[in-house]
Design a protein around this ligand. Sequence first.
Ligand code: PLP
Length: 331
Amino acid sequence: MTVYYPKRIMLAHTPTPIMKLKKLSAELGAELYVKRDDITGLELSGNKVRKLEFLIAEAVDVGADTVVTCGGVQSNHCRATAAACARLGLKCHLILRTETPAPPYDGNLLMDYLFNADFTYMPRPEYKKNEEIGFESVLEGIRAKGGKPFYIPVGGSVAMGCWGYTRGLEEALMQLSERGIRRAHFVSALGSGGTHAGLVMGRYLLERPDVSITGFNVCDDPEYFYQKTDRLIEEFSEKFKVEIHASRDSHSIIDGYVGPGYALPYPELIETIKMAARVEALILDPVYTGKAFHGMITELQKGRFPKEDPIVFIHTGGAFGLFPQKAEFVF
Ligand SMILES: Cc1ncc(COP(=O)(O)O)c(C=O)c1O
């Protein structure tokens, strides 16, 4: 089926390459590939930029001059949004969840400052309460000063953002077919759900039931993400008037790799991150890609994926999140 995409502003360097992890494949007796969405750019690296291409096009279309978004202090999505705004001459206002009144400039936050974003810091309970009403008071403050805000919910995981990975899947399937590969398992990290939902929708819209979509949750639990995927599909179908039939058995969400909590590391995770760098020069982060990659190779060893089928790990970026956790690494 031909997919007709909404308007998009080109921000990412795409197509990103698909590389075979030759040594790790040989070691594990598997066919492991990585879709290098960590190199969609430097400042604009990672999965979020694919979503922002559509979301910021919408913001510009409705005449906004300020993009408002939210997340944790080390949010990759916030950093990518601040970078995109700086590039396009838009203002950016970040609402960051933190218990520390003046969090140290490190990793993504340092870059947010370099991109000249404005900030509202909120402790968790206040953040949660305000997020439920779309941070209306922050938007009102911007309007009161004559600004035209456009709000992007956490992680860009709304209907419009989901186009990013419908398009990402189409790109990857084309690259695989050039290699003579048809059937494949796509694996990625689940944080706010939009990447996974976009892939699930892409599988349906591109009529590719022969590919499987698996997400590893890095927070919450599978039930939360099954519900979020259903909700995003519903929102997407309504907004874009496309029918999508993607039941829960058309994708999988695997739990068990969150560890002590969101963004909190554990020893096996750190060992996997070190191994991926040592063996394949692959930089994973302890918040998202490290947990998903650790989950993928553990599940592969347990027999969850057939060893003869190609597995494509979507590397969703996040390298800047490594630096604030440098103390976890002992060499
Ligand atoms: C590096 C990285 N990988 C994966 C994810 C998860 O993507 P999503 O929020 O679309 O579930 C995020 C953000 O949450 C991220 O920053």
